[in-house]
Design a protein around this ligand. Structure first.
Ligand code: FAD
Ligand code: SIN
Length: 543
């Protein structure tokens, strides 16, 4: 393993999903940009997004309505200024995606040429209007195609695939305040080299942490690296108890929690018990289109009460051609497992889906560490509060990628001195590991205990037990981490354990139930004393 290469650019972007690439494409107008992705360029949560991006688009819709829907889903914890800003800037961010080449699905309006096509708007839970722009049922893949092509066409952007950010390069804290961030140490997975990547402004856009749970809709890259790195460096992280579980993933041992988009329920799909009884009306007047936390808890409760492994989702009453046209990918994937959406119900279960909390930022993407910005799923702007409204995530990432650039450009333009000398990565007396089982065992334990004790329904005892176990596992990981040469799995495991701990500590501190956080020992939503974000930050003397 070599440790001596250094790279520099004006802007560093850690993450190449919608948030990172939106930022990078703007930043390329103002300077040189390095984008790091821990795997291949196309492997990001963004690429898996199905339903689409929520934005006020139709003349029947209004900003006020989207704002109200977002606030309602957020269960009292949204930051109104964040909601107003992000919703109002949504249409411009969507237009930018279109200008950069994204082809959202359009429908004919009966006129003679292309100008007579309008964007098709999907419906999802918690939205009082159709406002979800989509590219059939593979919206994220289309956005990624357009953004990666746009980034590749800009000579100022250098993308380094298979580079795993390890630790942020942060100056020593002074007067109780964290020092500035000047880049990151990153592992090149191909050469095993650990490089310093230096920059004047660092945008953290590492996405979510679904991998912290046993069952998740997220791809393997989602191990919460950004939250763990930022917390270790002294940044404030917030609202991590609000982990969103998507109500409907295909139940099949080989399906790896394949998502069945909420857009199916938007088009009339009904949740049913094995005997065919619909049950959502018993839980919420909006039934299948109730906010996600309500639907996921209802399914969880029916499964636990009746000892079921899954419930059913049925869209077969809709026209078969419509189903095949509107949901081609989901239709084909289900068919490959023997389920024909056009003919009958399919088995579904909830799975961990979206991290509503994250690195706390202001509305310009600034974290509490100077020169460190965050956007997308890794960030907590206040938009989602205690529960994210469907399809508001791509929206937030697109808007905040743009806003983050405006703030970062200022600091880069202002100069502000040279970066300090950071030491080369020191492997100490680390040796190559012969015992992969140490990693896989800890990994499995964390993911299983998070699923069982810190899942859709929590209790004080489960949370206490989870924290005790995580602390033990963290001790084991700590010695393994420093005794062995680093690889991507070890880096991820350390981050996963840190994020698990932060989720549990956040959940323990919220002694009420609200939005996505439900604790059977505190089942009521608390009073005004609970209407604030849950913030965790290391004391300055421990950074
Ligand atoms: P991501 O797209 O996840 O990108 C993260 C990037 O960071 C990747 O490039 C990764 O390689 C990189 N990275 C991570 N760690 C490191 C590291 N240590 N070093 C270097 N690079 C690193 N939201 C919606 O609004 N609408 C939807 O329809 C929708 N559907 C979804 C369906 C699925 C199956 C999933 C999983 C999510 C869905 N979401 C949806 C959520 C949404 O897709 C994500 O929240 C959003 O795409 C996150 O974008 P991002 O840019 O923040 O992160
Ligand atoms: C979906 O298509 O159901 C996912 C939408 C989202 O997570 O916002």
């Amino acid at each position: 393993m070599r440790h001596n290469a250094q790279l520099s650019s004006d802007f560093l972007v850690i993450g190449g999903g919608i948030a990172g690439l939106t930022f990078a494409i703007k930043a390329a107008e103002a300077g040189t940009v390095t984008v790091l992705t821990k795997a291949g360029s196309s492997e990001a949560n963004t690429a898996y997004a199905q339903g689409g991006i929520a934005s006020v688009w139709s003349v029947d819709d209004s900003f006020e309505s989207h704002i109200e829907d977002t606030l309602r889903a957020g269960a009292g914890l949204c930051d109104r200024a964040a909601v107003e800003t992000i919703v109002r800037e949504g249409p411009e961010a969507v237009r930018e995606l279109i200008r950069l080449g994204t082809r959202f699905t359009r429908v004919e309006t009966g006129g003679p040429d292309d100008s007579e096509l309008e964007y098709d708007l999907g419906q999802e839970g918690g939205h009082s209007h159709r406002r979800v722009l989509h590219a059939q049922d593979l919206t994220g893949r289309e956005i990624m195609r357009a953004l990666t092509e746009a980034a590749a066409a800009r000579p100022n952007i250098r993308t380094l695939e298979n580079h795993v950010a390890i630790n942020l390069l942060v100056e020593t804290a002074t007067a109780g305040k964290p020092g500035a961030c000047w880049g990151v140490y990153a592992l090149d997975r191909n050469t095993h080299e650990i490089r310093k990547v230096i920059s004047r402004a660092t945008m953290l856009a590492t996405g979510g942490a679904g991998k912290v749970y046993l069952y998740t809709t997220n791809p393997d890259i989602a191990s919460g690296d950004g939250v763990a790195m930022a917390y270790r460096a002294g940044a404030a992280v917030a609202n991590l108890e609000f982990y969103q579980f998507h109500p409907t993933c295909l139940y099949h041992p080989a399906a790896k929690s394949f998502l069945i988009s909420e857009a199916l329920r938007g088009e009339g799909a009904i949740l049913k018990l094995p005997d065919g009884t619909a049950f959502m009306k018993r839980y919420h007047p909006d039934a299948e289109l109730a906010p996600r936390d309500v639907v996921a808890r209802a399914i969880d409760s029916e499964m636990k009460r009746r000892g079921l492994d899954f419930v059913y989702l049925d869209l077969s009453h809709r026209d078969a051609d419509f189903i095949r046209r509107r949901f081609p990918t989901i239709f084909k994937r289900c068919l490959s497992f023997g389920y024909d959406l056009t003919k009958g119900p399919i088995p579904v279960v909830p799975a961990a889906h979206y991290m509503c909390g994250g690195v706390q930022t202001d509305l310009d993407g600034r974290s509490s560490i100077p020169r460190l910005y965050a956007a997308g799923e890794v960030a907590m702007t206040g938009l989602h509060g205690a529960n994210r409204l469907a399809s508001n995530s791509l929206l937030e990432a697109a808007v905040m990628g743009r806003r983050g650039f405006t703030a970062a450009r200022e600091i880069v333009a202002s100069g502000g001195g040279a970066p300090p000398e950071f030491p080369e990565w020191d492997p100490g007396r680390a040796i190559r590991s012969e015992e992969r089982v140490m990693i896989t065992q800890s990994w499995d334990e964390i993911r299983r205990l998070m699923w069982n004790y810190v899942g859709i329904v929590r209790s004080d005892r489960r949370l206490e037990r989870a924290l005790r176990r995580i602390e033990m596992i963290k001790d084991e990981i700590h010695s393994y981490y420093w005794d062995h040469l680093l690889d991507a799995d070890t880096i991820e495991l350390r981050n996963l354990a840190k994020v698990a701990e932060l989720v549990v500590r956040s959940a323990m501190s919220r002694r009420e139930s609200r939005g996505l956080h439900y604790n059977i020992d505190h089942p009521e939503t608390g009073g005004p004393e609970w209407v604030h974000p849950t913030i965790l930050q290391k004391p300055a003397d421990q950074i």
